[in-house]
Design a protein. Structure first.
Length: 158
């Protein structure tokens, strides 16, 4: 019975990865469709309005700071990163949900690389969300290893 629960947990966590991948693809496409100037102007308008209401608004101040340093190069990087990251993750999720053997080791390698990047990026930004994403990725990797071992046990040998 416990194996069934572990498998259900695996499927739910992979579906969560899939939802995140879909969000990244949509966000990446949206970034490609919206100009840098539009993004900066929208953030400026919103942030300035919030700061007028509360000059100590932390989020508005951070968003305004972000907008002032947001370049075309960063815009293109974020769009490319989100779209490519989401597509790669989406392919892996589809493979895992279909129990394709190649998807398990590929996912383990790719998610490990994502973890390495997230931890590197954390050293630069100290963004706690990156730690949460890393913990979730480690959890998914552990479940993928477990599922892969079970799947391989049931493959007939010639």
């Amino acid at each position: 019975m416990q194996e069934k629960r572990v498998h259900q947990l695996f499927v739910v966590s992979v579906l969560a990865k899939g939802a995140h991948a879909l969000f990244e693809v949509v966000a990446g496409i949206a970034l490609y469709l919206v100009s840098t100037a539009t993004i900066v102007n929208t953030i400026d308008r919103w942030s300035n309005g919030e700061i007028l209401e509360d000059r100590h608004d932390w989020l508005a101040s951070k968003m305004l700071e972000f907008a002032r340093g947001f370049s075309v190069e960063q815009h293109h990087f974020y769009a490319f990163y989100l779209l490519s990251h989401g597509l790669v993750k989406g392919v892996l999720v589809a493979g895992l949900l279909r129990e394709k053997l190649w998807a398990y080791p590929a996912s383990i390698v790719v998610f490990t690389l994502f973890i390495a990047y997230q931890l590197y990026h954390y050293t630069q930004t100290h963004d706690f969300v990156l730690i949460l994403l890393t913990i979730f990725d480690l959890f998914v990797i552990a479940l993928a290893v477990h599922e892969y071992r079970l799947l391989r046990k049931h493959i007939p040998t010639h």
